[in-house]
Write a protein that binds this ligand. Structure first.
Ligand code: FAD
Length: 421
């Protein structure tokens, strides 16, 4: 393939997997890094083993996914045909079906990871990416314990170089990587807010009477679900996953697992009006669980700096939002590779901005004056063309000497060629 690029995708949750699959389908060379033991991120299934007791599995992250768009619906429909996804009636609240992985939620990312690998994506788990080393045209992801500037691994071998790095981790985790590049994305991503969530997993010897799912309001518990009511769930015993509300989780973020288990089980007993005591208990703290404030844009992509960002933090607190964001980033990357023919105004902006270089800016009137003696009527067109070029990362729009997001263009502006970094 001509113009084949190498991309590093950091984070093998739904956003990273969706992004990697789309780029690999277009013929690019993709390496997916994740610090976890397996792909999936906040979609996770874990097993509780207790001597002499049957094994139980819990879905302690995302409980289910809803599909409103065509692409995610198509994926779930295909996985259903392959017996890897199914609707879970007990969790359905509105007209949107609640989809789950079969036999557990992790079947969803596992199926996507298998699809990615079949397309040639290299998935490297247990790989914590600590920083991005930029040589100007290529990016390296050194080992987590490497010193800044060091781009060889422990054996002295040069770490692979990538044309671009696409981050798909929760915003606070991605921020440190952006911040080390001193990039404008860091400011934008600082607006994304995620709430924590404490999850408690309980196994009972006897079934607890009552509904299979509950969404209590104004309670320390925000969600309760009987795991063995999921389609094709293999648990032999009654097993429950409890999620604390965002407020409670935030207030008890640093409590011990034992304290959390005790507090949330007391709430469970009161809500279910049961005296049953669990035979096995565990807790998991999600420091970043559900998005409370999203960026409101599908992804961030700067083709010149070779940096991109996608996650649920871009569009909202749902599995499908993460999927859509990953696909949007892949599309933005592919779009920027297409040969671009400039309109006369765009061509003049690029010519003058390139000529002046990264240290000097120019005024929109410089462009208009170069194009026609009666130049004033051209100014709105120059502004529109500048916004389009800035959105593609080709130039910066400056207000009071500082780059501004293209969508916030107003008042007196100047233009400057964008360079990497
Ligand atoms: C408790 C809980 C309940 C939820 N319930 C629902 C629900 O019912 N329905 C719903 O639609 N959504 C739910 N969600 C939200 C849903 O799980 C997320 O929106 C979605 O999974 C986010 O996917 P993502 O790919 O954006 O991020 P993640 O799944 O977080 O993926 C990011 C990946 O990046 C990796 N990573 C982070 N830092 C690094 C690093 N430095 N180096 C390498 N790898 C790194 C992580 O290991 C992770 O695998 C829930 C989430 C939680 C936690």
């Amino acid at each position: 393939m001509q113009n084949r690029k190498t991309y590093a995708v950091v984070g093998a949750g739904i956003a990273g997997l969706a992004c990697a699959i789309h780029l690999a389908e277009a013929g690019h060379d993709i390496t997916l890094f994740d610090k976890g033991r397996r792909p999936g991120g906040r979609i996770a299934t874990r097993r509780a083993r207790q001597e002499g007791a049957p094994e139980a599995s819990f879905n302690h992250g995302a409980q289910f996914a809803t599909a409103r768009g065509q692409a995610f619906t198509a994926l779930l429909t295909q996985l259903r045909a392959e017996h890897q996804a199914a609707p879970w009636k007990a969790a359905q609240k509105s007209t949107d079906a609640a989809w789950v992985g079969v036999p557990g939620m992790s079947a969803l990312p596992q199926a996507m990871a298998a699809r990615a690998e079949a397309l040639g994506v290299k998935i490297l788990c247990d790989r914590h990416v600590a920083f991005i080393h930029d040589t100007g045209t290529l990016r390296h992801l050194p080992a987590a314990d490497a010193k800044p500037g060091q781009i060889t691994d422990a054996g002295g071998v040069l770490t692979p170089a990538f044309d671009a790095v696409l981050l798909t981790t929760p915003a606070p985790q991605a921020l440190s990587l952006f911040a080390c590049r001193d990039h404008d994305f860091a400011n934008r991503m600082a607006d994304i807010m995620l709430a924590p969530c404490w999850a408690v997993m309980a196994v009972f010897a006897e079934p607890v009477e009552g509904p299979d799912t509950l969404r209590p309001q104004h309670n320390p518990l925000g969600w309760l679900a009987r795991e063995n009511s999921r389609p094709n769930n293999p648990n032999a015993r009654d097993t429950w996953t409890l999620h604390a509300s965002a407020d409670w989780s935030r207030a008890h973020l640093d409590d011990s697992a034992e304290q959390v288990q005790a507090a949330l089980m007391a709430e469970f007993s009161a809500l279910m009006q049961t005296t049953a005591t669990p035979v096995n208990l565990a807790a998991h703290r999600w420091r970043y669980a559900l998005v409370e404030r999203a960026l409101g844009t599908p992804c961030l992509w700067d083709p010149i700096a070779g940096l991109g960002y996608a996650s649920d933090g871009c569009l909202g607190p749902r599995v499908e939002s993460a999927f859509d964001s990953g696909v949007a980033l892949a599309r933005a990357v592919l779009e920027s590779l297409r040969p671009r023919s400039y309109s006369p105004i765009e061509a003049e902006i690029m010519r003058q901005a390139t000529e002046r270089g990264p240290d000097k800016s120019l005024c929109p009137s410089d462009i208009a004056q170069a194009l026609a003696p009666d130049w004033r009527p051209l100014l709105p067109g120059v502004r529109d063309a500048a916004i389009a070029l800035a959105a593609e990362g080709r130039i910066d729009i400056l207000r009071k000497g500082k780059p501004i997001p293209p969508a916030e263009t107003r008042g007196v502006i100047r233009l400057r060629i964008r360079t990497a970094g």
